[in-house]
Design a protein around this ligand. Structure first.
Ligand code: AGP
Length: 603
């Protein structure tokens, strides 16, 4: 995904654009650029690399009261200055910034070439700027409406026209775009984080809608160009600060915010010893009619789903499956009105997860979204929504949102269960202790630092575990590889001997997640098998079990007062810290890992 920002008002736009692009860099950071407009026309500065590279190129004299900016995660065309946004149309009439993918860009490009247009970049976005120029007949809004109607795929675009210096035009389909009032003018952006301390109210554009924004007002239009009125939203004062504070990285800050994030998430839905979801309130009959649950997500959210699959089966005895969203559409999963499809997504904008949601709705299934970003596309499209209360999560590697997704899924499993006295007694003491448990795990800092010292020069690391320990080892492997760039693989501990164990040789690091007492002996066998072949084993376990792990080379042991099903909340923090410190020792860019973006809004 990419980050878009625009400002038109009484003040100089440049500081707002550059500061906003820094805030949006988590959305993509291959390249960045800004376009300004005044009576003399449109001027563009863009650079390959991070926003700081662009900032150095922006000279003092470069200022205007209207401008647009963009930070890119490349989809069409390599990261380069030429492919960076904004993109100008041939005669310099339009400048465009875009987030999304234009799926019919090749067809449009070939038609435009036949009309004599040429292209400087390899991007799909340049097609938009050239098409605008071709369609322009004097009314920029009518031109944008006609152009947007011919685009297939996903787009959030902000456009400026040479002859209208105080105006920004917007169009939106599938990718997020927000118009906000603030600082003696108006902003447009992909995420309120871009200027949340500068705005008072904001409007969410819906698919097909257009906006015409000037320094005094924002007008909104439907897909057919009719004026519409929109309800403003307001920034909640409790919105978590999006600054790093004293932390060196957002990731470490967000790891340390987990106790509070868990507390906020649990207190939002646990009332008087019961679980209540304000926006998921099926009748008893509807609840009993659910005969299958499908948990669907990508990346870490999928790992939360994988873990929760075991919990649903144990607590609610409902047939539950976990699906990778990008695969879900091909699995031809049998869905019916009695299926509950749960889409889990931190950003609520992940294209694969949104596509899975739309498929489930088309098949008549009930859909429930568990998301962290309010009013995100997935939240708005699902039948029901439960928000994690993790607060803004900036680091590309998710931590607090992941653990809150787990907490909501555990509460959902209880909510759907028969809620017998036995289940209640097994569930409530532990769920309520999670914030304290996470707080306690933060004390694993030193152990995680030591483990990082042992791992920092590895080429390959294997993570193993069984049941929820396996689901957690999947998340541990992803955290490690996405920020330290060390190749990691997670394997069901029992599966290792069916092939992958051939890769184990002297000194191969293996992280054994063995937190569950009920299957500990089985994982211990796998540890012995890899040790026999020379592996270097680091165990993630509990105080209760550590004495049995004398074969291991390094042991990180934590709390043991919780029951087996809650052990993922014990191991998550040490695994996150171990990845963080390994990446730190390797000099990696922890908050903005190469090739990644915070949310992948392309399929
Ligand atoms: C997790 O650390 C990664 N950044 C990535 O796997 C992420 O979980 C995945 O892209 C899903 O994002 P979402 O939760 O916003 O849908």
């Amino acid at each position: 995904m990419c980050g878009i920002i625009g400002y038109t008002g009484k003040n100089n736009a440049v500081p707002y654009l550059l500061q906003g692009l820094h805030k949006l860099e988590y959305r993509g950071y291959d390249s960045a650029g800004i376009a300004l407009i005044d009576e003399s026309g449109i001027s563009v500065i863009k650079r390959k690399g991070k926003v700081s590279v662009l900032e150095e190129a922006v000279t003092e004299g470069f200022s205007a009261t209207t401008g647009i900016g963009h930070t890119r995660w490349a989809t069409h065309g390599e990261p380069s200055q030429l492919n960076a946004h904004p993109h100008l149309s041939e005669n310099g009439m339009f400048a465009v910034v875009h987030n999304g993918i234009i799926e019919n860009c090749d067809k449009i490009k070939s038609d435009l070439r036949k009309d004599g247009y040429s292209f400087l970049s390899d991007t799909d976005t340049e097609v938009i700027s050239q098409l605008l120029e071709k369609n322009y007949k004097g009314d920029p809004l009518a031109c944008l409406k006609e152009t947007a109607a011919s685009l297939e795929g996903s787009f959030a675009v902000a456009v400026i026209h040479r002859d209208f210096p105080g105006t920004i035009l917007c169009a939106k389909k599938s990718s997020p775009l927000i118009v906000a009032r603030g600082e003696e003018g108006f902003f447009v952006f992909s995420d309120t984080l871009a200027a949340q301390n500068r705005i008072s109210s904001y409007y969410l554009l819906s698919d097909g809608e257009l906006a015409l924004v000037t320094k005094d007002k924002a007008d909104f239009f439907s897909e057919d160009g009719k004026p519409i009125s929109k309800v403003p939203h307001y920034i909640s004062s409790s919105t978590a600060s999006s600054d790093k504070g004293d932390f060196p990285h957002y990731m470490l800050k967000e790891i340390y915010e987990q106790p509070k994030a868990l507390k906020d998430t649990l207190s939002a839905y646990i009332k008087d010893g019961d679980v209540i979801f304000p926006n998921f309130n099926p009748t008893e009959k509807e609840l009993k009619a659910i005969d299958r649950i499908h948990l669907v997500a990508c990346g870490s959210a999928y790992h939360a789903a994988l873990c929760a699959k075991y919990i649903f089966t144990q607590l609610s005895s409902l047939d539950t499956s976990a699906h990778i969203a990008s695969e879900f559409r091909y699995e031809k999963t049998v869905l019916s009105k009695n299926s509950l499809v749960v889409i889990i997504s931190q950003s609520g904008e992940t294209a694969d997860s949104l596509a899975a949601l739309l498929l489930a709705k088309a098949e008549g299934a009930k859909t429930l979204a568990i998301v962290n970003v309010k009013n995100s596309a997935i939240a708005l499209k699902a039948d029901y929504v439960i928000y994690t209360q993790a607060g803004a999560e900036i680091s590309v590697a998710t931590t607090k949102a992941y653990i809150c997704q787990l907490a909501v899924l555990y509460m959902l499993a209880y909510f759907i269960s028969d809620k017998t006295e036995y289940i209640h007694s097994r569930f409530f003491p532990d769920i309520l202790s999670l914030p304290r448990l996470a707080e306690k795990e933060l004390s694993q800092n030193e152990n995680a630092l030591s483990a990082a010292e042992l791992l920092k020069n590895s080429e390959h690391i294997y993570f193993i575990g069984r049941n929820t320990d396996y689901a957690l080892s999947m998340e541990g492997a992803l955290k490690m590889k996405e920020i330290s760039y060390i190749h990691c693989e997670a394997y069901p501990a029992g599966e290792l001997k069916h092939g992958t164990i051939s890769l184990i040789e002297k000194g191969t690091p293996v992280i054994a997640v063995c937190l569950r007492e009920d299957i500990f002996k089985k994982t211990l066998s796998a540890i012995k098998e890899v040790k026999a072949r020379g592996a270097y084993v680091i165990a993630i376990t509990t105080d209760k079990l550590k004495s049995n792990l004398t074969d291991c080379d390094f042991v990180i042991a934590s709390g043991s007062e919780q029951s087996d099903i809650f052990t993922p909340f014990v191991g998550a923090v040490p695994l996150q810290l171990m990845s963080y410190y390994t990446a730190l020792k390797r000099g990696c860019d922890i908050d903005k890992p190469r090739n990644l973006a915070k949310s992948v809004t392309v399929e």
